[in-house]
Design a protein around this ligand. Structure first.
Ligand code: GP9
Ligand code: MN
Length: 427
């Protein structure tokens, strides 16, 4: 109830960090394209297999001087996988400890999501995904989030050979999506969700352009093949963006939604990475995913701050010059040097520049060694553990008790789901 909201608001008031003045509004009024890199992990960046770069196009973007690249950015998903990533990226609210909040609460809860906020500022907002609209309850949740358009697979010229795994192949999906993008009134906010690089990483031979790895674990050895295909699709998309000149007026945000290879393949991952062993600490570090913000004229570079998907929205809003100091959002602007760098995982574990917690074990993040902190250090890790537990439980309260219906940020208009219809209507 409303008093629960008070506890959330006082937590946020004490934990909020502001924007970074040197970046604030640098992308004001620009188009925004958000590219969801399915199951794409940070270790793939600059990774070579048999002397070949697996992802040359993303590597190039990662290192460009007008790309802000975060090399300590973590996925924070729970069982909701892609759905949890979308919930965090566009609401700065965590998924739930079990299930997928986008499914259980996406239809009926009140949200104050990025698409709604930007639509109210005159942006055209659209989501694109080559799968059925009902997957992860997107067709309902996107109405709660205020997407004006949702181009699901019903909007695409489709045939059997255009699909593999969960849906459309990324090259075909991105090519057809670009035709719609070109027609969106500007400024637009468009999210493109890729699919091909998805467990168990299947791809037809003619689309493969790198050899499978040889760890002997069937689901691991296809990963570089679909990751490279995704990378090629990104390369083709960025070529199109330049050809249209849209690259001059668009901020492109790339993020990996979660791990591709789960912690059940430790032996194979050790082989893949050429490591003697791969333990729980290594698996926690392995949860890094790319977060890259590319825009012509942006002061880029590799930013080492420790953060995660929950922090993406305040960072993007900072760059767009959108006021968000009274929202109910748990993230902190990645560009603010005073931010809290303890990155909460959905199960209460965390990574930080100093300590990593996995279950009841603490590690020194810089050495990977198990530590048993005492005295002031013990107080420190206990504080970090409590901070993560509080952050997660308050976010869960917002979702489970639908607290946003009791509060509307200044200048935000409540979303009316009935205003949206994503049905394909020809003619
Ligand atoms: C399907 C796709 C699923 O639409 O988004 O991704 P997952 O949640 O399995 O990573
Ligand atoms: Mn996913």
């Amino acid at each position: 109830n409303a008093s629960d909201l008070k506890s959330v608001q006082s937590y946020l008031k004490n934990n909020r960090v502001g924007d970074n003045a040197s970046y604030y509004g640098k992308a004001k009024g620009k188009n925004v394209i958000i590219i969801h890199l399915e199951s794409f992990q940070q270790f793939l960046i600059d990774f070579k297999w048999k002397g070949k770069e697996v992802t040359p196009n993303l590597n190039k973007i990662y290192h460009e001087s007008d790309t802000l690249s975060f090399d300590n950015f973590f996925n924070q998903v729970g069982q909701g996988k892609t759905a949890d990533a979308e919930m965090m990226m566009e609401n700065s609210l965590f998924g739930l400890p079990e299930g997928a909040a986008m499914v259980t609460d996406g239809t009926t809860n009140t949200f104050q999501a990025a698409p709604a906020k930007l639509s109210q500022m005159g942006y055209t907002t659209a989501a694109f995904h080559g799968d059925v609209p009902s997957f992860w309850n997107r067709d309902n949740a996107y109405k709660s989030w205020g997407y004006q358009y949702f181009f699901s697979n019903e909007y695409y010229k489709n045939k059997a050979s255009y699909n593999v795994g969960y849906g459309m192949k990324d090259k075909i999906f991105l090519d057809q999506s670009s035709k719609y993008l070109e027609q969106l009134p500007q400024p637009f906010y468009a999210k493109l969700i890729t699919l091909t690089n998805h467990y168990p990483y299947l791809l037809d031979k003619k689309n493969a352009s790198i050899a499978r790895t040889n760890t002997g674990d069937d689901t691991v050895d296809g990963y570089v093949v679909t990751a490279r295909y995704l990378d090629q699709a990104i390369g083709e998309f960025m070529t199109w963006l330049k050809k249209t000149g849209l690259d001059k007026s668009t901020m492109v945000v790339f993020y990996g939604d979660h791990y591709g290879i789960s912690g059940n393949h430790k032996k194979a991952v050790a082989k893949l990475l050429g490591k003697k062993s791969f333990n729980n600490f290594d698996d926690a570090q392995f949860q890094r995913v790319p977060f890259m913000i590319h825009m012509e004229g942006l002061k880029g570079g590799i930013n080492h701050t420790y953060g995660g998907e929950i922090d993406a929205l305040p960072t993007i809003m900072d760059l767009l010059g959108v006021k968000d100091d009274d929202t109910i959002q748990f993230g902190q602007d990645l560009l603010n040097p005073d931010r809290n760098q303890t990155v909460a995982f959905r199960n209460g574990d965390f990574v930080s520049p100093t300590y990593t917690k996995v279950g009841s074990t603490y590690y020194d993040t810089s050495t990977g060694k198990v530590v048993h902190p005492t005295g002031a250090e013990k107080t420190k890790v206990e504080k970090m553990t409590n901070h993560v537990a509080t952050e997660l439980s308050l976010s869960d309260k917002v979702i489970n008790e639908d607290l946003l219906r009791f509060y509307t940020p200044a200048g935000f208009k409540k979303v009316n789901k009935a205003d949206y219809n994503y049905k394909v209507s020809y003619g």
